[in-house]
Ligand binder design. Structure first.
Ligand SMILES: [Zn+2]
Length: 234
């Protein structure tokens, strides 16, 4: 049995049809991943459909929780450039990744507690959907992904439109290293909290570097180098 509870070798499409499941619209996932994503999507959509803007009070709430809208270019470029001026490029990337990872972890903890989501797979599935609804990026998960609560954990996915890459493209800028650091950190934090284990994400290809897409891997840190080497040989 794999992490969806489905026997390997069984047609995932048969499984989907038998249970009248639906492809999520706010993430792209391989067929075996559909059940947990289908189950999570309605509650995520309902939560974000309740967005309440009250400019007369200076507030914005989603699902009764206070949110803050920020302009992506200011949030990404102004913040990262200010940090880089003080701490240098390398430390800035580490700060952004670690900050985003802490935010993703806290968002997962809060979201799952408020909605009573306790199952590890359901908690993980909520992450990409929340990511899309909050405007960070769309998530396209590859079918070689195999999240598991042990060292074999591996997630392989693309973000076709991170806010970082869109901002850079809009400014006509490129980067010598993968630029979607916040997106990588946020997802790693959410998934670490969801599965109760420490995983890290690495962007192995990035449109800001001239690659065709922004491609990520996620695994325990001791396995990242090996996965990156394998994925980059393709
Ligand atoms: Zn990127």
């Amino acid at each position: 049995m794999d992490w969806t509870g489905q026997s390997r070798g069984e047609s995932p499409f048969a499984f989907v049809a038998a249970y009248d499941l639906h492809m999520p619209v706010s993430a792209k996932v391989p067929p075996p991943f559909i059940p947990p994503f289908d189950a999570a999507e309605a509650s995520i959509a309902e939560r974000f459909n309740s967005l309440e803007r009250r400019p007369d009070e200076g507030t914005l709430h989603v699902g009764g929780e206070r949110y803050v809208l920020m302009r992506a270019e200011s949030f990404y470029l102004a913040w990262s450039e200010a940090l880089a001026a003080s701490f240098g490029e390398e430390l800035t990337r580490e700060l952004l990744y670690n900050t985003a990872r802490a935010i993703g972890r806290d968002d997962c903890r809060s979201y799952c507690a408020r909605l009573g989501v306790t199952d590890g797979v359901a908690r993980l599935a909520s992450g990409p959907l929340h990511f899309a609804h909050a405007g960070w990026a769309f998530v396209d998960i590859h079918d070689d992904s195999a999240p598991a609560p042990n060292d074999e954990y591996f997630l392989h996915y693309d973000h076709p439109n991170t806010f970082e890459s869109e901002v850079l493209a809009g400014k006509g800028r490129t980067s010598s290293v993968p630029a979607c650091v916040f997106s990588a950190g946020y997802s790693a934090g959410w998934c670490s909290e969801a599965f109760g284990m420490e995983v890290h994400a690495r962007e192995v290809r990035c449109t800001a570097c001239g690659d065709g897409r922004c491609e990520f891997i996620m695994a325990p840190s001791s396995r990242l180098d090996g996965h990156a080497q394998r994925v980059l040989q393709r």
